[in-house]
Design a protein. Structure first.
Length: 190
């Protein structure tokens, strides 16, 4: 939200700081989980499930914000695809001994554009959307905060709020349920 609607770099820096603080808090709470060997697996599973759900919630909100920006202030223009560059990004993952565990490859297609409005000059997607010479409608953010996309995709994100509230509800239920079970078990053992 800060990056898309804020005043510029200070808001982006604040957003990065909030992410760092959030991950630091998660890391230190994980260290607290490691202090006790009792209930370690249950704690680890609760923390892992909560983290995965919160990542899903963050991804849903992020996609919605970008879509909302393009719906509210986006400009539409007619463009000709000049070139499509296929860019492969390979990441190799290693274990603690330095052995390769697996390699993953992501392909991005950079569609270079010549647009009637003079901008945007490209959009990037995980699929080849058009071939050189094709004409298509593109929606872009005049402030340049959100990447351009084909106009047919604007509004396709849908409302994330049911997913967001459901995800947050499950996270809260799992965390509170764990705390309740932990305290009941602790009282019985003393």
């Amino acid at each position: 939200m800060l990056n898309a609607h804020g005043p510029g770099w200070p808001s982006a820096a604040l957003g990065v700081m909030l992410v760092i603080v959030g991950f630091s808090g998660g890391f230190f709470s994980f260290l607290l989980y490691l202090r006790s060997e009792r209930w370690f697996i249950a704690r680890f599973l609760v923390m892992g499930l909560s983290s995965l759900l919160l990542c899903g919630v963050a991804a849903a909100v992020s996609g919605f914000v970008e879509d909302e920006v393009l719906q509210t202030r986006g400009r539409h223009t007619r463009c000709t695809v000049v070139e499509v560059d296929e860019q492969r990004h390979t990441t190799t993952h290693y274990d603690s001994a330095g052995n390769v565990t697996h390699t993953s490859t992501r392909t991005d297609y950079v569609h270079r554009l010549n647009c009637a409005a003079g901008r945007p000059d490209k959009f990037i997607m995980g699929v080849r959307w058009a071939s050189p010479g094709n004409r298509l409608d593109v929606t872009y953010d005049p402030r340049g905060r959100v990447g351009a996309v084909p106009t047919s995709l604007v509004g396709s994100q849908g409302e994330p709020w049911p997913l967001v509230w459901a995800g947050l509800g499950v996270v809260i239920t799992v965390r509170l349920g764990y705390v309740a079970v932990f305290f009941v078990a602790e009282r019985r053992s003393t």
